[in-house]
Design a protein around this ligand. Structure first.
Ligand code: 6GP
Length: 832
């Protein structure tokens, strides 16, 4: 018997994928066909992965029709396309997200159930594509979701790393890295396009020549060539027909074997070449922020940027477009400076390969690019040794010198006699060893430069890019980050989503400003009761997962105090640890001390070469070992390090949080996006005035946010006046006792060496000013405790956080980019 879909949630559910049989029966049939014809299994012999793959293909079928219709639209000459260039896209699992966006979640869940399958088990089977490190890569993924949802024609361009971010295991308290073999069991979400390939050159030399019109030209005679092959992943918007493309490039050898070498008998030499080429897209560099001087990393950057720009030029020419109008068809956004070499590459493509003159080519280039900066950390500003750069890209080096020559002329014109300024602004750092400054190249070659939170943009203008701001203030603008409420609320927190939708309808999912309508229920005791019930349910789910992954039992009725993010000294996970030890000390001093029961949960990866970050992980686990087993504590405090924090695990973590730790040193965190994910799920924030915390506090209200600590200005002036961490240490006995606990070896079986690098760094340098903020942090934590003890008050605050977080939807951010930077309009896609 054919069962029709009962509830059509929106017009978008109708006739998905061009099927006329939008029935449970149709879905079931397609699913069975994929088990049989795609996976080659009888249902009885199908493995869990076969079943997952078959379901993924069933869902992908539903995307394809929209995808083709969208791509047809992209092929219209009068349409402007956003190209988001990013070395990282941290997408997370596709299956559940696509079901939600299609409006098919319930139907597919039921179909699976009728087939005797638990859909959660199939979700669990999916390997997430971890093609990013953290904030920057995840932001790119949120933006792809919003671009499609807002019906903006867009392409994401990036790298198809064979190994994404490593899997983290915790062994004896230490991080151990394992390669991420995400493609091992196949990837049903990508479509290989072996016919879309480009050649990318490296090394060699350049040579001047005269073209037919007698004009001076330069050609590049490369040393070696690699082939880029396109792999496309569909990115569907929420309840719309727009299905954009994420095009990732894989490196291959131009020929499988270097035939010449092969023929003279050098078999291994020939294979070497192939291996060398394929190396380029082998592995994601696992550093969150600074990566300096690695040739392969620079090759990766150029490789994907060159493929992407060649692809855009090809598409544009196919449409009969005139390259002098390229910027009216493409708006290219540089996600940090990783793709900034694109400025020189587009110039090369226009001038060398397409015969354009320099001036018009430069105008096209500047009008095409926009640049987003994502970090204020000086050590994270990319620069490449000139020798390395010129060796790999001799032609680009010349182009950059020419850009620089013209640019510095302008600087001298504007600021006559100010040679210091000229040296500061040059694209080449000549203060010691010579470097190419990628942020300067990006600023000069773009028409728009933005930071990712108001404070961050202000600090860019005042400090990091001050000279550029003074010379071209019109380029600078702010675009505060946002996150997608589809993945981070609807998918992650179905309980809360149902509760909200029950009160205000479901339009909030695409218009989260409407969450404000929840405010009027804040005094409704029954609603508050429900709100707490949902949170408790989420905490129980996380508690189960914690038990499975770590063996630690935690109490869901305790306060879940969570800090998940990359491990970095500026993010100050160790400040959180100091607070835990302080509470522990109070209990040890007086076992009857009335501590508010708390579960401290940490998660996040450390860059494999980051010594201090890895020690902080060890410290957290060592403190956990002691605290969790101390009979005086008696279970009132628990400390957990949740291993392998990633997008898949995040789903269970954000919704379970009571308290969100956003405690970076002011002026260091460009924006933060985890702060938004927590608050949207009803966690309250304890935080500094850093990044987007400032704006979150403004939105949710100061009374619903636990603020503490130095401001960015305080940090700067303290530094200027010679910060002495020892002074704070000497004047605070509680702090002394905390440090003493660590350095005595109490958490390390008497080993006083283990944590001495951490302790010494705090006492004698304390670059991130933990000691200066310790007292204020303890006070704010005291206020948290008080508030939490009054559950009615806490719930009220939690509801108001959710109700007022609408601003931080990535839809709002993308609307701003579209209007102010890209000048693009929605293009609705129809299916017929
Ligand atoms: C990060 C910033 O550290 C974080 O504050 C921000 O929220 C995120 O970008 C998205 O804008 N930066 C990076 O991950 C990075 O690699 C070069 O910057």
């Amino acid at each position: 018997m054919v069962k029709r879909f009962e509830a059509r949630q929106s017009a978008a559910d109708v006739c998905v994928g061009g099927r006329s049989d939008m029935s449970l029966e149709g879905l079931r049939r397609t699913f069975r066909e994929h088990v049989f014809y795609t996976q080659g299994r009888f249902p009885m012999g199908a493995s869990r992965n076969d079943l997952y793959m078959a379901l993924a293909y069933t869902v992908r079928d539903q995307l394809l029709h929209r995808w083709i219709r969208t791509v047809e639209q992209l092929g219209r000459e009068d349409i402007k396309i956003v190209s988001y260039l990013s070395a990282e896209f941290l997408l997370g699992p596709h299956l559940e997200n696509n079901l939600i966006n299609l409006g098919l979640y319930e139907d597919v869940r039921r179909t699976a159930e009728e087939e005797g399958l638990d859909i959660q088990v199939l979700f669990d089977q999916e390997e997430e594509p971890g093609l990013g490190n953290g904030g920057l890569g995840r932001l790119a993924a949120c933006y792809l979701d919003s671009l499609a949802t807002l019906e903006i024609p867009a392409m994401g361009y990036g790298i198809r790393y064979e190994f994404g971010i490593f899997d983290q295991e915790i062994r004896d308290g230490w991080q151990v890295e394992h390669t991420d073999q995400w493609l091992r069991l196949g990837n049903p979400w990508e479509i290989a396009r072996p016919e879309i390939t480009y050649h990318v050159n490296f090394g060699g030399r350049t040579e001047p020549y005269e073209d037919e019109q007698g004009r001076y030209r330069v050609r590049w005679i490369p040393y070696r060539t690699v082939k880029g092959v396109a792999y496309d992943t569909p990115i569907l918007g929420y309840r719309v027909n727009t299905c954009n493309l994420l095009r990732l490039w894989k490196a291959e050898a131009v020929e499988s074997f270097e035939f010449e070498a092969f023929n003279v008998g050098d078999y291994y030499g020939a294979v070497d070449q192939k291996i060398y080429s394929e190396n380029i897209t082998k592995v994601l560099y696992p550093n969150d922020e600074p990566i300096q001087g690695k040739q392969l990393r620079l090759e990766q950057q150029y490789f994907f940027v060159s493929c992407s720009l060649q692809d855009m030029v090809r598409i544009y020419k196919l449409l009969g477009g005139d390259l002098s109008r390229f910027s009216s068809h493409f708006a290219i956004q540089l996600n940090d400076t990783h793709p900034a070499i694109g400025v020189a590459e587009l110039m090369r493509l226009l001038v060398d390969e397409n015969g354009m003159d320099w001036e018009p080519a430069w105008e096209v280039t500047c009008n095409t690019f926009g640049y987003t900066n994502h970090t204020l950390l000086p050590e994270a500003l990319e620069k490449w040794p000139v020798d390395l750069f010129a060796g790999l890209f001799p032609r680009h080096m010349e182009i950059i010198y020419e850009i620089n020559r013209r640019f510095l002329d302008e600087v001298r014109n504007r600021f006559p006699g100010d040679e210091d300024r000229v040296a500061r602004m040059s694209l080449i750092d000549e203060s010691g060893e010579r470097y190419v400054r990628m942020a300067h190249l990006a600023c000069v070659g773009s028409h728009a430069v933005n930071g990712v939170a108001e404070l961050h943009t202000r600090l860019l203008k005042e400090e990091v890019l001050r000279d550029f701001y003074e010379m071209m203030p019109e380029k600078f603008n702010n675009k505060t980050n946002g996150v997608t409420p589809r993945r981070f609320v609807v998918l992650s927190n179905p309980g809360l989503s149902r509760l909200i939708t029950g009160k205000i309808g479901e339009t909030w999912v695409s218009r989260p400003e409407e969450l404000r309508r929840l405010e009027k229920f804040v005094d409704d005791p029954a609603f508050r009761e429900e709100w707490r019930r949902v949170k408790l349910e989420n905490k129980k789910n996380l508690a189960r997962l914690i038990r499975e992954r770590t063996g630690i039992e935690v109490d869901p009725s305790s306060m879940f105090d969570i800090q998940v993010k990359r491990l970095h000294e500026y993010k100050r996970q160790h400040l959180n640890v100091l607070h835990i030890i302080a509470l522990y000390n109070r209990i040890k001093q007086d076992p009857a001390y009335d501590v508010c029961p708390r579960t401290f949960i940490f998660g996040g990866k450390a860059a494999p070469g980051y010594f201090m970050a890895k020690r902080i992980i060890k410290l957290i686990n060592s403190v956990a070992d002691v605290v969790n087993h101390d009979s005086d504590v008696n279970g009132r405090l628990k400390v957990v390090f949740f291993p392998d924090f990633n997008v898949k695990n995040a789903k269970f973590i954000y919704p379970a949080a009571d308290l969100s730790e956003q405690i970076s040193t002011a002026g260091k965190e460009a924006s933060g996006t985890g702060n938004m994910k927590f608050s949207m799920n009803g966690a309250l924030t304890i935080g500094t005035l850093d990044g987007a915390n400032v704006e979150i506090r403004e939105e949710v209200g100061a009374e619903n946010f636990f603020l503490f600590g130095l401001t960015a200005e305080d940090v700067t002036s303290l530094q200027k006046n010679g910060y002495q961490p020892m002074e704070y240490y000497r004047s605070n006995p509680e702090l002394q006792a905390v440090i003493e606990r660590i350095s005595s070896g109490y958490f390390s079986n008497g080993d006083q060496e283990l944590f001495s690098p951490l302790v010494d760094s705090l006492l004698f340098h304390d670059t991130f000013m933990l000691l200066a903020d310790f007292g204020a942090y303890m006070d704010a934590q005291r206020q948290v405790e008080e508030a939490y003890r009054d559950q009615e008050r806490w719930t009220r605050m939690s509801i108001l956080n959710v109700a007022r977080m609408g601003k931080f939807s990535s839809d709002r951010a993308i609307r701003e980019y579209c209007k102010d930077i890209w000048k693009v309009e929605p293009v609705p896609v129809t299916l017929e």
